[in-house]
Design a protein around this ligand. Structure first.
Ligand code: ATP
Ligand code: MG
Ligand code: MG
Length: 498
């Protein structure tokens, strides 16, 4: 049954939306959080296991020090208070993807508390997102429902479970209720998620690939009549795994709840899920704050003691954060704010940086990645990074242009060759004989012929009408299969006429 929705513009005029994001980030440690089982994406099911990750009786967890250091790094980046003593707690519930019947998480003594993240919005303004906590926990395994009439979960006749992911370290970053977002709630959530992704990548603590589930968010949304009212009842849309999905969930929930409330109904505190196919959220399980997980300190794990000296050591090695890096690169590249925003939106920052490092100019690198190559990536439905061309290739093409060996047209052909798997730019140039005619003898002969073939144009040029110059250059280009340098041709023509 389709639910009633209010127009978005009307909904945010009548109600004040409040959102909250719980983001799970999968850490890229080599081994699991409490045992030495190796972690590898896409491994054969149930091959990355130990007795601990299966929760076998008698097995005991031992904390992974790297995971704790990763959590501290993130805590520092999010301006959190890092607890000297934090504690793991058992969150008890039953689900077949969790072999232990409890998740090891942190409850009232999380490692990181009380921080914030400043995010930049489209208009260049900064919005401060308050962070409640960033705690360490382990992941569950994965169920796959198979069989049945049409392969859908309802039709499934049995489920398979893969415990490879069970015990993989996660950090859950929980925002405080984000107030004052108004009609920009979705934009703020999107900017927050992208900034968080950039930070965890810069810290090297997660691959943060949404599509592989390294990063996923629970999206909480509530409405109230006015900003001074107490918070309204929230819905919680679970495990949304794309930035667009998160933004759309927020818009949808605002519209749905607004319609409900203005009809005199009430918002249920429930978990929902985002359905990409129908672009809607659907109700799941009713949930109350009294949901009883029977949290208690895990008696198998001692409290985590993090000394100030340890934090200082980690703080000394913190890499440059994305926003500082962006500002530095913008200065070095002399890009305008608008150009920089285009680069960020195209996810081309790293690629351009690497291309410049390989010897190209910043504007040359930008021209390729945001022009020709963005079009190619769009057409193929892949990201720029996935294109079969490297920053070094692009820099090489730029060098060939700068040295006068390639003109724009030949450069494009060369890039096409690289994309088609014909080899490096040098190899493609050699293979096809793409090279601007440098031999002035051959060029002169082509110019002479073009002038002799077009006496009427010659007359015009002689009388000072330069418009038909293009026709001569075109003729020379055709004669040299596009391999002439247009500037050299017009220079030669002028020399011959006078
Ligand atoms: N009325 C509200 N409207 C919008 N967001 C809210 C509201 N109340 C709480 N939130 C946000 O919802 C999130 C709640 O996450 P939290 O992890 O604390 O609890 P939970 O969802 O009950 O537990 P679980 O981790 O088991 O899902 C936080 O980001 C919080 O800021
Ligand atoms: Mg939570
Ligand atoms: Mg939650």
């Amino acid at each position: 049954m389709a639910e009633k929705l209010m127009k978005f513009s009307e909904a945010v005029k009548r109600f004040d939306p409040v959102i909250g994001l719980e983001t799970h980030v999968e850490l890229c440690t080599n081994t699991k959080l409490f045992c030495p089982a190796h972690i590898e994406f896409g491994g054969e099911p149930n091959t990355q296991l130990t007795p601990v990750s299966l929760g076998l009786p008698g097995s005991l967890p031992v904390i992974n020090e790297t995971a704790v250091d990763f959590a501290i790094k993130l805590g520092l980046a999010l301006h959190c208070e890092i607890a000297e003593w934090s504690q793991f707690a058992r969150k008890n519930y039953f689900y077949p993807d969790m072999p232990r019947d409890y998740q090891i998480s942190q409850y009232d003594k999380p490692t990181n508390g009380n921080g914030y993240l400043d995010v930049e919005l489209d208009d260049g303004s900064i919005f401060r997102v308050p962070i409640e906590r960033a705690h360490i926990e382990d992941d569950a395994g994965k169920n796959t429902h198979v069989g049945g009439a049409d392969g859908r979960i309802e039709g499934a006749d049995h489920s398979l479970v893969d415990y490879n992911r069970a015990g993989v370290p996660l950090i859950e970053i929980v925002t405080k209720p984000i107030e004052g977002a108004g009609e920009r709630a979705a934009e703020i959530a999107g900017a927050y998620m992208r900034t968080l992704r950039d930070i965890v990548r810069a810290l090297g603590i997660s691959h943060a690939r949404m599509e592989q589930g390294n990063m996923r968010a629970d999206v909480n949304v509530s409405l109230r009549n006015k900003p001074t009212d107490p918070l309204g009842t929230r819905s919680e849309t679970k495990n949304v795994n794309s930035f667009r999905g998160i933004e759309k969930t927020i818009v949808y929930e605002i519209r749905r709840q607004a319609a409900l409330l203005s009809d005199g109904g009430e918002v249920l505190q429930e978990t929902r899920h985002w359905d990409e196919a129908s672009q809607t959220t659907a109700g799941g399980r009713l949930k109350t704050d009294a949901d009883d997980y029977r949290y208690f300190p895990d008696p198998d794990l001692v409290m985590l003691h993090i000394t100030k000296e340890h934090i200082d050591r980690i703080a000394k090695d913190m890499p440059e954060m994305p926003r500082e890096r962006r500002n530095r690169l913008q200065g070095e590249w002399k890009f305008s704010d608008l150009e920089m925003r285009d680069v960020i939106n195209a996810d081309a920052l790293d690629l351009i940086e690497d291309t410049v490092k390989a010897g190209a100019t910043a504007s040359g690198a930008k021209k390729w990645w945001l022009g020709e190559l963005s079009r190619e990536a769009n057409a193929k439905g892949v990201s720029l990074e996935e294109l079969p061309i490297t920053p070094a290739d692009v820099a090489e093409v730029e060098k060939l242009i700068a040295s006068g060996k390639l003109n724009d047209k030949l450069a494009k052909k060369t890039v096409s060759g690289v994309l088609a798997g014909e080899g490096t730019p040098d190899e493609v140039v050699k293979k096809h004989g793409y090279e601007v005619v440098q031999d002035t003898g051959a060029l002169e002969a082509a110019v002479d012929k073009a002038l002799a073939d077009n006496p009427d144009i010659v007359e015009k040029l002689k009388s000072g009408n330069m418009k038909p110059m293009g026709a001569i250059i075109g003729a020379v280009m055709r004669a040299t299969k596009g391999q002439a340098d247009a500037k050299a041709v017009s220079g030669l023509v002028m020399k011959k006429l006078h």
